[in-house]
Design a binder for this molecule. Structure first.
Ligand code: FES
Length: 76
């Protein structure tokens, strides 16, 4: 079985869009949550956004443990 996690499913916004926006406007995950709503519902995407901001990844074929918005934000 393969998985492809590439978006905040609650907001239907791709990580490619969100990470490009964050890098362009120097936003952290909390900023993204406030502007785009991602991470403010089930919170499942937070760990992926945080990892994507660090590495540039916009799609994941592996699972990450759930993180909260109050976890340490990655430097942008
Ligand atoms: S998947 Fe992003 S808040 Fe639910």
């Amino acid at each position: 079985m393969t998985i492809n996690i590439d978006r905040c499913y609650c907001e239907q916004k791709t990580f490619a869009y969100l990470i490009e926006l964050a890098r362009r406007e120097k936003l952290n995950v909390r900023d993204l949550a406030g502007r785009e709503g991602c991470g403010t519902h089930c919170g499942w995407c937070i760990a992926y956004l945080r990892r994507g901001l660090r590495t540039g990844e916009t799609a994941f074929d592996y699972l990450l443990p759930k993180e909260g918005l109050d976890s340490e934000d990655a430097a942008v």
